[in-house]
Design a protein around this ligand. Structure first.
Ligand code: GLA
Length: 402
């Protein structure tokens, strides 16, 4: 029996584009005219603080949504026909007066982007589009933000108008709020728009500005381990955490989390709801950890960076309470391997309640580390994880084919 490889390969953009073109031809019976790609992201540190005025440190990953599209110029009412290859599903909806109930499921992300685009632009023509993706769905790697940003990038080409990158990211975030009903922060859409090869993005979510943090070390690699569990209630839990953070800030009587210190939180201890104080501790601690992590990365100080990543996970597990058993098992195995075995640091990444962990590891030991995590996790949970490595990847782009 062939041995399963511990690490999945990242399909190239050429392969994904070819796949989108073939699928488009087989669904619509002719060739697409435009292509757009947008990556998923993984966040090295700075979790659940993008909606709290904090700093995050994500990178775009070598996993993409690619959309092949074609405008249809005829005189009928404009509509979009969308085919999703990963979901093997086709959905059509008229483009006039788009509202969240105009469509359903995964097509809402695209509809939200089109509605945002229509608010700014002349009318859109009818469009046929086919979506392919190498980003695991529901894995906390921003497959939905990548779909939104890829759709916006396709529309830029079809209408021959470019949005300012910040405007594009915010338009996509609004699509997620209004059409998918998820009150997300700005991290995912900004990462997908602004990703750069060999750079992490230190994003100040209050000023919405980015400081690039070079990641030029051939010796270090980012390992993504997908627990392959997605717990129910994620949407509700996310909105609840946001709400609790707002309540905690109100309790602290401060305009922004950037003005809150750990001492001020400690002063409220015993006088107020302990849950809110725990949320507050996570937010304030994580804002500091993220800035320190960016500095440590700049100095290639693996020991400090690893300790900060580990502390971030503990805080998300104990104070913010968005981890789950499976993520804790993945992190535990990675930590047991530890620096001696080539793992610099490891933590859950993304919204939580399932999805992925991110580990910073030594490149030369990637296969060995992935094998140990894979089998260790399978032994302890009975679930097969999927693992891949990535370097920081470029953000959204049009793709031109000869
Ligand atoms: C989800 C949201 C992001 C961010 C993360 C947690 O991915 O879409 O805006 O809040 O959770 O850091």
């Amino acid at each position: 029996m062939p041995m399963t490889m511990p690490l999945e390969r990242n399909p190239s953009l050429d392969e994904l584009t070819e796949q989108a073109a073939c699928q488009f031809r087989s669904v619509f019976g002719h060739d697409p005219t435009h292509f757009a790609a947008a990556p998923g992201r993984v966040n090295l540190i700075g979790e659940h603080i993008d909606y709290n005025d904090g700093f995050v440190l994500p990178l775009a990953i070598e996993r993409y949504v690619v959309i092949a599209g074609r405008p249809i110029c005829d005189s009928s009412e404009p509509l979009i026909r969308l085919f999703s290859d990963p979901l093997r599903s086709e959905i059509s909806f008229p483009l006039r007066d788009l509202v969240p109930s105009s469509t359903r499921d995964w097509a809402k992300y695209v509809a939200g982007v089109m509605a945002g685009y229509q608010d700014r632009q002349a009318n859109l023509p009818s469009i046929e589009a086919c979506i392919v993706s190498s980003i695991p769905l529901g894995g906390g790697l921003s497959s939905s933000a990548a779909l939104e940003v890829a759709a916006a990038t396709l529309l830029e080409q079809i209408t021959q108008t470019c949005l300012e990158p910040v405007e594009k990211a915010l338009l996509c975030q609004r699509a997620e709020h209004l059409f998918a009903g998820v009150p997300c922060g700005i991290m995912d859409q900004f990462s997908s728009v602004f990703g750069q090869s060999n750079e992490l993005l230190l994003l100040d979510c209050r000023s919405q500005t980015i400081e690039p943090v070079p990641f030029l070390f051939p010796d270090w690699t980012i390992l993504v381990s997908n627990s392959n569990v997605k717990h129910a209630l994620t949407g509700g839990e996310y909105a609840q955490r946001r709400d609790q953070c707002d309540q905690a800030l109100h309790l602290l009587n401060k305009p922004s989390w950037r003005d809150v210190s750990m001492e001020e939180i400690a002063e409220l201890s015993g006088k107020h709801d302990n849950v809110l104080l725990r949320r507050a501790r996570h937010v304030v601690g994580e804002i500091v950890r993220t800035q320190q992590a960016a500095q440590a990365l700049g100095k290639s100080d693996g020991a400090t960076l690893g300790a900060l990543m580990n502390a971030s996970h503990d805080s998300l597990r104990d104070d913010f309470q968005v981890s789950c058993d499976e993520l804790d098992v993945l992190v535990d195995i990675a930590r047991t391997i530890g620096p001696a075995g080539g793992v610099i640091g490891s933590r859950m990444t993304g919204g939580g309640f399932g999805g992925c962990t991110v580990s910073l590891i030594e490149t030369s030991r990637a296969e060995e580390i992935a094998t140990r995590i894979r089998f260790g996790y399978q032994d302890r949970t009975g679930i097969e994880p999927t693992l891949f490595v990535t370097r920081p990847a470029p953000g959204a782009m049009p793709i031109y084919r000869p």
